[in-house]
Design a protein. Structure first.
Lengths: 478, 238
């Protein structure tokens, strides 16, 4: 054991004395610190901004004057997806999916971008997140520093004297491995600090620990790959070339292939196309604004029979409201079905692309990181579903006011009789049908479960590389 | 029991036979020199004793045990000075010595290091300097110091005097005799006929992987007959 640590220690001393390694370390430390600070600032600003926007939207809705309830249905409301605390590490899909949504009657809108000005201000630099720095740049640093770990000793003919002291190939391999792993662990420190900060802001400790564990596993995969290549390559430049190619393949090419093949094998129709497909079904439901439309005859007959009256004017409820409520329910059923189909396709596409993580640890760690941070596609879908619940509830809440509090006679005469029109204005107190909306990502255990497949991918990589490494170590020869 | 024993060693490198049926043995406290031209197989012989090369036939024995049976025991018993001694340029002499000696599990304090560096006459002011600033001879001195600090019963030295100035070569030859008198067994590789004749009890002449002659120091004489060795060497070189 002591020999292994002696070798590891000697390697660290070399790095500290080598200007190249030291410079690379310094640059990486700066990069990590600056991207962490920038990502943290951006996401915490987005966090505060969206909480504020949410409060403003709710206050605006509640402060609307007395009105016809259906005008409130069309006045609508906004909900915002507040980024979870761990998004300071990995904003995930936050920047490509919308983070806010306009909710109104009879429609499911697309999510929109809540903060359009942010990217202009930062000049595109916001794309470099802590997660990306760890996923893409840290492997490059480890390659730059570690590609010569073993081949250097052979090239500089210090391998013979090393082995002549009785050091075995396995000891040498392990010592060099510990040196590189030690460096990786030290480089995880900024991430750990960010996680601690996130926990302070309410992130689940379990999920935060999961993030650190996942990235540790990821860096271990790179360490074992670098070590292996460094022990089998015939020259330093060859080792560097092989590792650079692997980086290109796993960081750029395989993810690209994954995305391309996922979208060509599992095409997801665009929102406009989906809406067009849905039109016929929506028309069959009927226009809820037109209570005399043929689609609602059956409803009218049933209602008259139920209350044992012959004219809608004699019903104890506002028939126009009943129609609005029924139409909303039927429309929503159709829209939800299509939305679920669409989300299922999107999720399938994402799953397919993620399965390329078996080929690329970069893809695996990216998927796991998003899942643990609560910024993956599944979380966005959750937002869409929760927003829809809010939409449906407030629309139907307003429709209930329409049904129960607004006289049918006033309602139909509101355009010809000023007094009747005045009576159709319901008190603003009724606007409190709106629930407060606070978006939260899934529970930590659920996120851990979602990250378990990516973690298994990384673990498989690690096991494979370690097993080959153990064989290669025994064959380290001058 | 011979301390080092080559029994009909035949070694191949890259498919070529580079040692053919080489046999010799050494008793404790002896100094032998392997003499031969470039590519004769001298370094190969040392590497075979260290277990870095495995003979296709025959066997190498260290302290009575076949190297192939226990490589690490052989390496523990041997201090090896590689050809073109390479140490770490970013470390100074002390750091290099401490690193390699700790890997060999040999405890050494600063005083022992200085004593060894004194014996090879490395300037005191150079010892704290990184070895990338050293001349070839200075590096060689540190490597020799390391070999003696290992305090192993056996030393295998591959061209130890390469790069040394004449005074340092004299110092080195005296050092080797001292080590032998202290009971250590030294096998050294050289193509310096004169030096070999002065320091060795026996010279093995290697040519194209074969032992083509050996010369003993006659009892009562302080060196081997240089003329005879020269003549044999030249005859094979021709
Ligand atoms: N690493 C190697 N791989 C293959 N052949 C080698 C290697 N090193 C030396 N040889 C060959 O082995 C033979 C003996 O080399 P060596 O023992 O180094 O000679 P020397 O007597 O000069 O020390 C030479 O023919 C040389 O070309
Ligand atoms: Mg040689």
């Amino acid at each position: 054991m002591s020999r292994i640590l002696t070798i590891a220690h000697a390697e660290w001393r070399l790095w500290l004395r080598s200007r190249l390694a030291f410079g690379a370390l310094l640059i990486t430390a700066l990069l990590l610190t600056s991207t962490s600070v920038v990502t943290a600032l951006r996401m915490s600003e987005a966090h505060h901004a969206r909480i504020h926007q949410q409060a403003v939207a709710e206050a605006t809705f509640l402060s609307q004057p007395d009105r016809h309830p259906h005008r409130m249905v069309h006045y609508g409301h906004y909900v915002f997806r507040v980024p979870p605390p761990l998004s300071v590490i990995d904003p995930g899909v936050d920047s490509v999916t919308g983070q806010s949504m306009f909710l109104e009657g009879h429609r499911q809108n697309t999510a929109m971008f809540a903060d359009a000005r942010a990217s202009a201000e930062l000049g595109g630099f916001e794309d470099l997140t802590t997660a990306l720095a760890y996923q893409l740049f840290l492997p490059l640093l480890l390659i730059a520093i570690g590609h010569g770990l073993i081949i250097r000793e052979r090239e500089e003919t210090t391998l013979v004297p090393l082995l002549a002291q009785g050091v075995t190939g396995t000891e040498l391999y392990a010592g060099k491995g510990i040196a590189l792993v030690g460096l990786s662990l030290a480089l995880l420190l900024p991430l750990a600090v960010m996680c601690a900060v996130a926990v302070g802001r309410g992130a689940a400790p379990l999920a935060s620990a999961g993030v650190i564990g996942l990235y540790a596993l990821y860096l271990l995969v790179w360490c074992s790959l670098i070590l292996l290549v460094s022990s089998v390559a015939r020259s330093r430049s060859l080792a560097l070339g092989i590792l650079a190619l692997v980086w290109l393949g796993t960081a750029l090419i395989i993810p690209r292939i994954g995305v391309e093949s996922a979208s060509s094998l599992i095409p997801v129709p665009g929102k406009i196309e989906t809406d067009l497909n849905m039109q016929a079904e929506l028309r069959a439901v009927g226009d809820g604004h037109n209570a005399s439309a043929p689609e609602f005859r059956q409803l009218q007959a049933d209602l008259l029979a139920q209350y044992d009256v012959t004219r809608v004017e004699d019903l104890p409820v506002n028939f126009r409201g009943v129609v609005a409520r029924a139409a909303e329910a039927d429309l929503t059923e159709v829209m939800n079905r299509h939305a679920e189909e669409r989300m299922a396709l999107e999720a399938g596409q994402a799953r397919f692309a993620a399965s390329f993580g078996w080929l690329s640890p970069v893809l695996a760690v990216a998927a796991g990181s998003r899942a643990l941070s609560g910024t993956d596609l599944a979380t966005h879908h959750r937002f869409l579903r929760e927003a829809e619940v809010v939409r449906f509830d407030f629309v139907q809440g307003l429709n209930r006011v329409h049904v129960e509090q607004l006289a049918y006679g006033d309602d139909i005469n509101r355009n010809i009789d000023a007094e009747a029109s005045k009576r159709t204005r319901m008190s603003a107190e009724n606007w409190n049908v709106l629930d407060e909306f606070t978006f939260r990502p899934a529970a930590a255990t659920e996120r851990l479960a979602r990250a378990s497949t990516p973690a298994a991918m990384l673990f498989a990589w690690l096991l494979m590389l370690a097993a080959i490494g153990a064989l290669a170590a025994r064959r380290v020869q001058p | 029991m011979p301390v080092l024993n080559a029994k009909a060693l035949t070694v191949e490198r890259s498919g070529q036979q580079v040692l053919k049926d080489v046999s010799f043995s050494m008793q404790q406290g002896q100094v032998h020199a392997l003499l031969g031209g470039n590519g004769a197989g001298k370094s190969t012989t040392l590497l075979t004793f260290l277990g870095f090369l495995t003979p296709v036939s025959g066997s190498a024995h260290v302290q009575g045990r076949a190297v192939s049976e226990n490589v690490s025991a052989a390496r523990q018993a041997i201090a090896y000075l590689p050809e073109a001694a390479t140490l770490y340029g970013h470390l100074n002499a002390y750091e290099n010595l401490r690193y390699f000696l700790s890997l060999a599990k040999t405890d050494t304090d600063r005083r022992a290091l200085d004593a060894a560096l004194d014996r090879v006459a490395l300037q005191a002011e150079a010892r704290e300097m990184r070895m990338q600033t050293y001349s070839k001879g200075m590096r060689q001195k540190v490597a020799i110091a390391m070999a003696i600090l290992r305090e192993t019963p056996i030393l295998l030295l591959d061209e130890p005097t390469a790069g040394l100035d004449p005074a340092a070569i004299d110092d080195f030859n005296r050092l080797v005799r001292d080590l032998a008198e202290a009971g250590r067994t030294v096998l050294l590789v050289t193509h310096d006929v004169y030096g070999a004749c002065h320091v060795a009890d026996r010279i093995h002449l290697l040519h194209k992987g074969e032992l083509v002659g050996s010369f003993d120091r006659p009892s009562g004489m302080d060196r081997i007959d240089t003329e005879a060795v020269h003549a044999a060497f030249a005859a094979h070189a021709a």
